[in-house]
Design a protein around this ligand. Structure first.
Ligand code: HEM
Length: 542
């Protein structure tokens, strides 16, 4: 009964809107000559629309159902109340009104895949103006069309390359070693804090080639102030969080520009005739600078003389700084969350922890003294990756993505009207009992059986799939490897998860270190790395 009332309210809303448009058309036509036929056509169209828009409710005027959505995902007890209630009343595809827009939420894996794969044709990302101000108009999330394709391609190619992953592995292990040095038996550490420290260092390395030091610390301080603005009221006045966030963003941009200037000062530039070597740094800044050089020189060639008197650039410097700034977020926050949640889940599931430890100790034995590379960590630790898959499924670090319909879109018998927002809600699919048995339980063994990967989208899909997924998996696998082979711990104070706006552990996951492994008998896989060798020797002397 309730659902019918809600459906009626949407239908009324559309009916009245279409009637008003019809009336306006009639009134504005010269001498009201518009044929009555066209009004009938409008009414027929309204009827057709009201029949095919997914059922649901719009909630209150202007704010719609945003408050219910937010309070549901702020709760650590029953975060999915909002979704569960509506799924029961309306099914897996329903209409609501979120953050100022009529929105279709989809908990249907097939529809979600369709939306992700139709990016750029039927849908495009749709972020509020305040977020555009924060990320910058050139950030990958804001880009469309061929420029998006180009930036995505350059970054994805870099992140897929074994050279980059192997180069990064040395640093990941180094940063983990340094962090772990301070964790001693009988001490309590805040795992989320430690994971964030490590992943920020990895991020600074992979994005701009920075080693830990004063600049990384300064960059991290500004990044934290910057990120606070993402969830603030967007009022750009001195004293507001939003204002301070924009100021920090500007300082991050200055630091990145400083690194660029330093690189360009040192660079030996290309000159094909003189056969100079191009030095492309193995990081995101390096490949974006190279891409910019290529695009701008092509632009100049094509532009001929006219180009010399204009300042047009195919790829301005802002395109580099906006992207670097925006990559800091997934690279620091999401990866650290993956590591922290994996530790929480295995700590609560002793059988999984035991198997994880066994696999990783065997791995140490098997590759004793061998030169390790990223493929070892990505391919030779199957159970570790089952743990990570399950953590991503259950933890839903990214709940879903928001898109806008570019045209009227028909899918599974429903209409998503042009201009409406659409929210493929991955979390709703990942926690669907019809797909995953005991969906709310941590069960890494399910990944040892045949699981339909088409339902599984923790890293999105289509043209905007996560370019950094291998980096995220590598970092998390190496972290788990070192943690379980060297430490025994127990969870400290009980911690809870909240989900809005981002997944967070309320207490930053305190863990008590019970035992630090005597590393004498443990052969670290990357012994040839001089820093690690020094640390290994140090441990061996303990
Ligand atoms: C556990 C960690 C991570 C998760 C869960 C995650 C999740 C996602 C998701 C769901 C998307 C799709 C966004 C959309 O469709 O609008 C995405 C895109 C992306 N992610 Fe990640 N990500 C993670 C780590 C990383 C890392 C480490 C990087 C690299 C620094 C990265 C870089 C990117 C990039 C470049 C895109 C493409 C955006 C676009 O083309 O519009 N991500 N990620």
């Amino acid at each position: 009964m309730n659902s019918h009332l809600m459906m009626a309210s949407i239908a009324d809303f559309i009916g009245i809107a279409v009637l008003l448009v019809g009336l306006f058309a009639l009134m504005s036509s010269h001498y009201m000559r518009a044929p009555l036929k066209s009004i009938a056509e409008y009414i027929r169209k309204a009827k057709r629309m009201q029949n095919s828009i997914p059922p649901g409710s719009f909630g209150l005027p202007l704010i719609g159902e945003s408050m219910q959505f937010i309070s549901s995902y702020r709760s650590s007890v029953c975060p999915d109340t909002f979704i569960a209630e509506r799924r029961l009343r309306f099914g897996r595809i329903f209409t609501t009104h979120l953050f100022g827009k009529p929105t279709v939420i989809s908990l249907d894996a097939e529809v979600n895949r369709f939306i992700l794969n139709s990016d750029g044709r039927l849908f495009m990302p749709d972020y509020p103006t305040s977020l555009k101000q924060l990320w910058g108009k050139w950030a990958i999330l804001m880009l469309e069309g061929s420029f998006h394709k180009r930036i995505h391609g350059v970054v994805a190619t870099l992140f897929k390359s074994d050279d980059l992953k192997d180069h990064l592995l040395r640093h990941i292990e180094d940063f983990i070693q340094q962090a772990m040095e301070s964790w001693n038996t009988n001490s309590t550490i805040y795992l989320e804090e430690e994971a964030k420290k490590i992943s920020f260092q990895v991020t600074a390395k992979v994005l701009v080639g920075l080693d830990p030091g004063a600049t990384t610390v300064a960059l991290r301080t500004e990044f934290h102030k910057f990120i606070a603005g993402v969830v603030s009221v967007p009022i750009n006045l001195p004293g507001t969080t939003f204002y301070s966030s924009l100021q920090s963003r500007a300082r991050m941009v200055q630091m990145i520009k400083g690194i660029i200037e330093e690189r360009e000062g040192n660079a030996r530039h290309t000159d094909r005739e003189q056969k100079h070597v191009v030095k492309v740094h193995l990081d995101v800044l390096g490949v974006l600078l190279e891409e910019r050089r290529l695009m701008n020189s092509k632009e100049r060639e094509e532009g001929g003389e006219r180009e010399e008197v204009t300042t047009t650039e195919a790829m301005p410097l802002d395109a580099i700084t906006d992207n670097i700034v925006s990559f800091f977020f997934p690279a620091e926050d999401s990866v650290a969350m993956l590591m922290s949640l994996a530790v929480k889940y295995v700590s609560e599931c002793p059988r999984a922890l035991l198997q994880l430890r066994e696999e990783n100790l065997n791995f140490v034995d098997k590759y004793k003294g061998e030169k390790m590379n990223s493929r070892h960590y990505l391919m030779q630790l199957p159970f570790t990756h089952c743990v990570l898959n399950e953590t991503l499924r259950l933890g839903n670090i990214v709940k879903g993505v928001i898109r806008k319909a570019l045209v009227d879109v028909h899918v599974k018998g429903f209409l998503i009207p042009k201009g409406w927002a659409v929210f493929p809600f991955f979390r709703g699919v990942h926690l669907d009992e019809a797909i995953y048995e005991d969906a709310d339980q941590f069960n890494p063994w399910r990944w040892q059986e045949k699981v339909a990967l088409s339902h599984y989208t923790p890293f999105g899909g289509g043209p905007r799939y996560c370019a950094g997924l291998d980096i995220a998996r590598l970092e998390a696998a190496v972290f788990l490897h070192h943690l379980v082979t060297r430490y025994e711990w127990e969870l400290g104070e009980r911690d809870t998860l909240t989900h809005f706006p981002f997944v967070k552990l309320a207490k930053r996951l305190p863990i008590n270190i019970i035992h630090k492994q005597n590393c004498k008998n443990q052969s670290f896989p990357t012994l040839y790395n001089p820093t690690l060798q020094a640390i290994h020797v140090m441990y061996a002397r303990v």
